[in-house]
Design a protein around this ligand. Sequence first.
Ligand code: NI
Length: 191
Amino acid sequence: MAIKKLLRMGDERLLKKSEYVQNVSSSEVQSIIDDLIDSMHHYGGVGIAGPQIGYFLRILVFEVSQNERYPHAQAIPLGALINPEIEILSEQRESDWEGCLSVPGYRGLVPRYTCIRYRGFDRDGQPVEREATDFHARLIQHEVDHLDGVLYPMRIEDMRDFGCDDMLWQRMTGEPYPEHMKQKLREHWDL
Ligand code: NI
């Protein structure tokens, strides 16, 4: 178990397509899942995908409890998803603000399908099939994009809707940017 260094946008490896996992129960895959969970918790993300910490395998983890970066998001219990596939259930799309641990300090308005079904395997190798809407659906689409080498800024339709987190916070939440988050942002940039 380890907190890994994050790859950040501009690193060409984030643009690669990740490989399918052959053996979920292998100690290699199990330890990658542990590293993903540790790193997600350490950096305060709601989801993270293998390539973001340098593992180019189709694995992602997510967890939404009370997250200060997404104060209004619905709760989702900790889960790992291996070899995920997405089926779009409705052509309806909605735009909302996204951030990414690999694009620290920024936000953008991204259109996503509002209703999907996803399939894959959990860390015990059991099949997972779930319908997801709204934030949950958005999160899965964002993370699966990472496995295909796509970062959210590539999906923004109007680049006026892309900018610094602290500058956009007022527009997103109607509230001033919290002081302790400013501190975190300063630490982020002290690389
Ligand atoms: Ni991301």
